[in-house]
Design a protein around this ligand. Sequence first.
Ligand code: SF4
Length: 334
Amino acid sequence: MPPFARKLIDWYAHAHRPLPWRETADPWAILVSEIMLQQTRASVVIPYWQRFLERYPTPAALAIAPEQELLTMWSGLGYYSRARNLQKAAQAITDAGGFQPDYDFLRALPGVGDYTAAAVASIAFGLKHAVLDGNVMRVAARLANDAGDIGAGVTKKRLQAAVDQLIPTPQPGLFNQAMMELGATLCVPRQPQCLLCPVAEFCEGRKAGRASELPVKLRRAVPILEAMTLLVVEREGELLMWQRPADADRLAGFWELPEASRLPQAKLGEKLGTVRHSIVNHSYTITVYLARLPRALPGKETQLKWIKRNQLAELPVSTTSRKAIQLWVKGRES
Ligand code: SF4
């Protein structure tokens, strides 16, 4: 094995964090972990991943799951299109008679991009496909002393070619995991720990004294700030909730507390506080009020429903509403 890969994999063998999906070669368990990890931290993913695989131990089990149950299992992880795509992928895998040990098969599954296909192909099937996620891009840019804008397609191609050169034929999955671990633990964004790095001798960015300036990122999306007001309307252990229509652009089928604009007849009571939530490049500030209704709901409000509080745990509830409800519960307990 080439010295770079040998040193990296040897380091990984003793230094890696014990994450449960690293203890399995089951492609389904690995695919689920990779989809969950796409926009969520590992520490948050662990309990979700364990519960999810208990409920859906095989693609066939998820393929036939009711959507509301699936969304409830995913509730809190956000980015719900991932859950829906994972179910479509499970159906495609089941239709194909199981996983095919083939990159193109994996890449064609709904919700599976270059990174996820390479991760599952290499880790579960030992196929030589180098992953390029944000961590690996940073490591690769520093190793090559590449000051190209990592937001540019041409830089990504160059970095992909660089890791394609480095990945060894034996143990490509371990190599990929080691590159990601190096980026997550030592080759971190602000202050890379070069003195502890197992591949420092190969690193051109370190030799040039500018590792911490790399990678270069020119385009920064300015977050869009949004404000909303959510109402907690209670009636004898029930909360008034609103279900998003099945064809909504976002969070279709999810339950939410009503926004104030949806209930103009409501009388606002105590302000319970504010919660914040960020998603993609939107940053929400949500003000939460207690409110009461002066009269029964008008008939046209068909998507509003009284839901028993203990039923909420079994329903897909959006993260913003979940946070607002927690605020209300905390206020009642204090
Ligand atoms: S030597 Fe430093 S900059 Fe280079 S790969 Fe290692 S941690 Fe990253």
